[in-house]
Design a protein. Structure first.
Length: 415
């Protein structure tokens, strides 16, 4: 697009760095400017939460709503039964219907943090409503005849799998048909004109546009975000300790705040633009900070990103906990905690076991290496004896503070 977008929606996305590809940027801009743009993103119910790797598409929906459009969250109660082969070397584990239903409810709670639902507001729709009621023969005749197997084999999600000599089941091969048909159904039922997603979904999304054209829908549009990696080259949302979940049941709020606080210096400006709603002038000011001042920008990022998911009060509480722990050297009741039985405390629990139980190390051998490097602390004192035993005498205000380096802390409590 040679000129700046005229619609608020695309203007925000462009200046903040959300746009990677668009099927017709000028046409979409015109439609958004006219008002009432309805767009959607699909999320399969593969886990009881989403992680920060899903934040980019979620923010697309949030900005669509904030600029006057109507977002649709499409949960894949139907497509989860099939399994998206994109980016996978092997078939996804097929979940039971009960697990899918449970995950769907959990995802609804996550989306409620970002979007307003209700009359005239955002919609949450399950594609099981139409996919599970399809007659297979009718679907083949009315929909399947519009798909070219040649083009399907050329799709990245299929081609890369086959090039690596990994098996692709007929079940998974049909995933793109289901996703394309979702676009048609959402257009017919709710007037959805835009499907958004990550760059890995481009082929699936434009297949939906083509299917819509063949089946007589109004003009449909595609928009994708860039593949997001950190400055260190790692995939967004993944750490050495696992996924950074958006649900407090899977990840304590303090740990979520710490994830953003510990980001690479080179990621601060980009993350402020993508994952907060701070004005662009303020993000530019924070990004320009140098030296130790960049840590102040990281704290703002952590608090703003945490407030988006867990609320302002929880974000400020996490920031306060960090000040207590890091700036004043104190323990805090708001730190993540793990419990062991009082019998274990009475008998004494080895430090290697304690740090592994707390999730600060993956194994006792890793704990030994960390002790040799001076990286483990008990109640802020450097741990030097791998044979040390913790017990009731080590309790401070009812807990023992275990630390890995200066940034990761867990309270060990008797239950």
């Amino acid at each position: 697009m040679s000129t700046a977008p005229k619609s608020d929606f695309l203007h925000v996305l462009q200046e903040r760095g959300f746009i990677h590809q668009c099927s017709d940027l000028a046409g979409l801009d015109e439609k958004a400017l006219a008002g009432g743009l309805t767009g959607y993103i699909g999320f399969d119910c593969t886990a009881p939460s989403l992680h920060v790797g899903s934040l980019l598409p979620i923010m697309l929906l949030r900005w669509l709503q904030k600029t006057g459009g109507k977002p649709i969250v499409l949960v894949g109660g139907g497509t989860t039964r099939v399994g998206d082969p994109s980016g996978k070397d092997e078939s996804r584990k097929l979940l039971s219907l009960d697990d899918i239903a449970s995950n769907k409810l959990a995802l609804q709670r996550v989306f409620a943090s970002f979007l307003r639902f209700g009359e005239g507001e955002a919609l949450l729709v399950d594609n099981a409503e139409w996919l599970t009621n399809l007659n297979w023969i009718d679907f083949l005749r009315e929909v399947g005849r519009h798909f070219s197997v040649n083009r399907m084999l050329a799709m990245d999600s299929v081609k890369l799998r086959l090039e690596r000599d990994h098996e692709l089941s007929f079940l998974e091969f049909n995933y793109m048909c289901c996703q394309a048909y979702d676009f048609v159904e959402l257009s017919r039922r709710f007037g959805a004109a835009l499907q958004m997603g990550g760059s890995d979904q481009w082929g699936n999304i434009v297949t939906g546009i083509d299917l819509g054209r063949r089946m007589g829908t109004p003009q449909l549009y595609a928009l994708t975000t860039p593949l997001l990696t950190t400055a260190s080259g790692s995939k967004m949302g993944k750490t050495a300790r696992g996924a950074v979940w958006l649900s407090r049941e899977l990840l304590p709020v303090f740990d979520y705040w710490q994830f953003w606080r510990n980001c690479d210096d080179g990621d601060v400006g980009r993350f402020l633009r993508l994952f907060t709603e701070l004005p662009m002038g303020e993000t530019a000011r924070l990004e320009a900070l140098g030296g130790n001042e960049i840590n102040e920008a990281k704290k703002v990022l952590a608090t703003e990103a945490t407030a988006m998911v867990h609320g302002r009060d929880e974000a400020e509480r996490a920031a306060g906990t960090a000040r207590q722990v890091f700036e004043h050297g104190a323990a805090s009741a708001d730190l993540p905690s793990v419990t062991v039985t009082r019998e274990e405390f009475a008998g004494g629990i080895g430090v290697l076991t304690a740090f592994q139980r707390a999730g600060l190390v993956a194994s006792t051998s890793e704990a030994r290496r960390s002790i040799k490097g001076g990286g483990l602390r008990v109640n802020d004192a450097v741990l030097t004896d791998e044979k040390a035993v913790l017990g009731t005498d080590d309790l401070r205000d009812g807990a023992i503070k275990l630390s890995l380096g200066r940034k990761r802390h867990v309270l060990l409590r008797p239950s």
